[in-house]
Design a protein around this ligand. Structure first.
Ligand code: HEM
Length: 209
């Protein structure tokens, strides 16, 4: 794709990154260009695609909340946060490695030190009843404390503001343009087979009543 865009530059992000590399080599090396493209695709594209589809599915599963949203789009940022909490695309964080023995909460479970792998279940944290009352209830008006869908701490998602903006723009456009949008009755939806991500490969919908 990089070679193709190099031959036929267009008004897009990859062409701009290539221009930077070709015209000003001290700013992005070719390896950095490949790495950045990879990062944008894996960390930035698939995740946001999944957020939009998870949002469409969740909202269509809760049609009673759609009229309020359509009547007052200022509810949308809160709805996006609730989608991130309830159906966030990133189920686990990337791997962490212990440097010292670590006791899990108030339990007897101790993870040994010395480089044991730890995977943090972000989605489980986001259904923690101690933090979110009625955690399995989807509510676009939930006055939520912050969720873990974008991770936490030093590796907190770099693209969170962009992802929020993209999801809000997509959901607003879709639900405005297709007022009768609904799940296609009887059609199969399929999920990605992945431990790490929660995302659909197929979500059949009906756009007209
Ligand atoms: C809904 C969309 C997104 C979700 C759910 C998401 C989720 C996450 C999570 C959970 C982490 C932390 C991983 C960890 O701690 O192990 C993370 C990190 C990161 N995300 Fe996102 N992300 C999204 C969109 C994006 C976008 C649009 C970009 C860039 C354009 C992006 C770039 C990154 C980068 C660079 C990191 C690593 C930050 C670091 O290690 O310091 N993400 N993301």
């Amino acid at each position: 794709m990089i070679e193709e865009k190099r031959r036929h530059p267009a008004d897009d992000l990859l062409s701009a990154l290539i221009r930077t590399t070709d015209e000003d080599a001290d700013r992005l090396t070719h390896t950095e260009l490949r790495a950045t493209t990879f990062l944008l695709l894996v960390a930035g594209h698939a995740t946001t695609t999944n957020l939009i589809a998870n949002g469409v599915l969740t909202l269509l599963h809760h049609p009673e909340q759609l009229p309020a949203l359509r009547a007052d789009w200022t509810l949308l940022p809160g709805a996006v946060e609730e989608i991130l909490r309830y159906a966030g695309p990133q189920v686990f964080s990337t791997r962490r490695f212990t440097t010292t023995p670590w006791r899990v909460g108030e339990t007897d479970v101790v993870i040994p030190g010395g480089g044991e792998t730890v995977m943090v279940a972000l989605s489980a944290a986001d259904r923690d009843p101690a933090r979110f009352p009625r955690p399995d209830t989807f509510d676009i008006r939930r006055p939520s404390p912050s969720h873990m869908a974008f991770g936490h701490g030093i590796h907190y998602c770099l693209g969170a503001p962009l992802a929020r903006l993209q999801a809000a723009t997509a959901l607003n456009s879709l639900f405005t343009r297709f007022p009768a949008l609904a799940l296609a009755p009887g059609a199969d939806r399929t999920w990605r087979r992945s431990l790490i991500t929660r995302g659909l490969t197929r979500l059949p919908v009906r756009v007209a009543g």
